[in-house]
Structure formats: structure tokens, C-alpha cells
Design a binder for this molecule. Structure first.
Ligand code: PAF
Length: 278
């Protein structure tokens, strides 16, 4: 497995694979990889001949008050995980390689302005721009994204459709710790007490899901169950808890597929997200 830092190197390697008729997958990441990323890479390796993992903390998706500087980084550990999971190449560029002199950014209406977009107004423009650039650099046949970032998955699918990117988007299930907490690079920010408190997200969503499985069809009642459970945790502050259509991200009143029940919750200063999909 190779680690490269330039767009030219990625293009040369991928072109030689394509000449040999090999299929290519992309797993976009911001590094500090965990079991959730590993599941994406393993699946990509099972379904494609070659896997490229991009490992880039993308500055354009962070607002000035967010955690770009402190976002955890460990390229050596990432390389070991990628190798184990079957990746062929890591693309680990510097910000200048990706953005030198850039004046062009991808923007999207409506579905980027709700849920996480309300508190992170520039976030999805940064995500779309970097993912669009990665699609143009790697030209993957398939790209793999985790369902934990459900809004991101929905936004990327829409961008691919709207801008006619020739890539298949594969959404993969949330990977959890044994006690239910969704795996996230940001979990490392939590103190021991906060780590315990953070379980309120998965516990609340499990209660909401159980109500749906038991036949509840009123989406607002499901959201109320979720909110009530999170509110019992003193260290938790709800940013949002909503039930929306998973394609349009518009609020729904009735529980029916494809419904996304999503939460964002501050545990101390750390903002965590989680969800379930009907
Ligand atoms: O999900 C992430 O880690 C990032 O938003 C992504 C898709 C790698 C873009 O920087």
C-alpha cells in the first residue's frame, strides 16, 4: 500500500489501474480512522479491485469557531488500519495541494440548510467541494460513506445526481461501540464522565426505534420519546432531534419509509450526531 501527497501521483496510479481494466473505489475520510471507517474500506475492498482512501482534514468544511486545528490526526495509525482493511492507496494531501488559489466552490440549497446545516451554515459547501474534487481526482466507480452522517450521505447523493458525477454512492451502516455509542473520531474529545453521558444518544434513538417497531406511526411522538430520554441526561444539550424524509430532509408527520430520525447533541463542548432510518 502506498501513501501519496499529490494529485498527479493519484491520477497516474489510478490511470494505470484503469488501463488494466480494474475497478476503483474511493473512501473519503478526514483520518483518525476507527472501526467505522474500517468497515467502509473492508466493504469497498470486497466489492472493487482497488481502494483509494483519502485522508484529509478538509479546512473548508469547518467554520472559524470549530475544531479544525484540534481535529485529531495520526497518519501512521491510519496507514496500518488501511493496510489491514485492504486499501491500495492513501491520498494524504496538504491543504495547498487541494485548494491553492481556488475560487470555485459547490453550494447546494434546501437540504444543506436544515438539521446540521442550521448550526453549521458553511459545512456542506466544504464537504461537497472537497468530495466533488476527490471524485474528479480519483474518478472512482464507487464511493463509500457512513450512514452516521446521514445528512452528508443525502447531500452527496443529490450532488452526484445534480452534477452528473459518474460514480455510484454506497451508504454503509453505523458502527457502534459495544455499549451503543456510534463510533466517531470526535469521541476522543469526551472525558470519562462525558463518555458515559454520551450514551443518551443511542439509548434515546433505540427507544424511538422500539416505538416505531411496536407500531407508533406519529413521527412527532417518536421524536418526543427521543427528546425526553436525552433531556434526562444533565450533561446533554439538544441541538436538534427531528424526523424527516431521508430524500428531501423535509419534516414528516407520519412514520413511513424512508424516514430519518436524527439527533445532534452537545455533550459538554463536543457535538455528537446519531440517527436511525425507517
Ligand atoms: O465524513 C467525513 O469524514 C468528511 O465530511 C468527508 C466526506 C471525508 C469530506 O471531508
Amino acid at each position: 500500500m502506498k501513501i501519496v501527497k499529490t494529485i498527479d501521483e493519484v491520477r497516474n496510479i489510478v490511470n494505470s489501474w484503469k488501463k488494466d481494466g480494474l475497478s476503483v473505489a474511493l473512501v473519503p475520510t478526514m483520518g483518525y480512522l476507527h472501526e467505522g471507517h474500517k468497515s467502509l474500506i473492508t466493504r469497498a475492498a470486497a466489492e472493487n479491485d482497488r481502494v483509494v482512501v483519502s485522508d484529509f482534514v478538509n479546512p473548508t468544511q469547518f467554520a472559524p469557531n470549530e475544531d479544525f486545528e484540534s481535529y485529531p490526526r495520526d497518519i501512521d495509525a491510519d496507514a496500518r488500519l488501511c493496510e489491514d482493511a485492504g486499501a491500495a492507496l492513501i491520498f494524504n494531501p496538504e491543504a495547498d495541494e487541494m485548494y491553492q488559489d481556488a475560487l470555485t466552490f459547490i453550494d447546494m440549497n434546501k437540504i444543506t440548510k436544515v438539521l446540521c446545516g442550521k448550526t453549521r451554515p458553511i459545512h456542506f459547501s466544504g464537504v461537497c467541494t472537497v468530495v466533488g474534487k476527490l471524485f474528479n481526482i480519483v474518478k472512482p466507480d464507487r464511493a463509500y460513506f457512513g450512514q452516521k452522517d446521514a445528512q452528508q450521505l443525502c447531500v452527496i447523493r443529490k450532488m452526484v445526481k445534480d452534477l452528473n458525477f459518474d460514480v455510484e454512492i454506497i451508504g454503509c451502516p453505523i458502527i457502534r461501540e459495544p455499549d451503543g455509542l456510534a463510533k466517531s473520531s470526535r469521541n476522543t474529545y469526551l472525558s470519562a464522565e462525558e463518555r458515559q453521558a454520551a450514551l443518551c444518544l443511542s439509548r434515546a434513538l433505540a427507544l424511538g426505534k422500539a416505538a416505531v417497531d411496536a407500531g407508533e406511526r406519529d413521527a412527532e411522538k417518536v421524536v418526543e420519546i427521543v427528546r425526553a430520554e436525552i433531556s434526562r441526561e444533565p450533561l446533554a444539550r439538544i441541538d436538534y432531534a427531528e424526523a424527516v424524509d431521508f430524500n428531501t430532509l423535509e419534516p414528516v408527520s407520519e412514520v413511513k419509509p424512508p424516514m430519518l430520525c436524527a439527533v445532534a447533541v452537545y455533550i459538554g463542548k463536543t457535538r455528537l450526531i446519531d440517527n436511525f432510518i425507517v
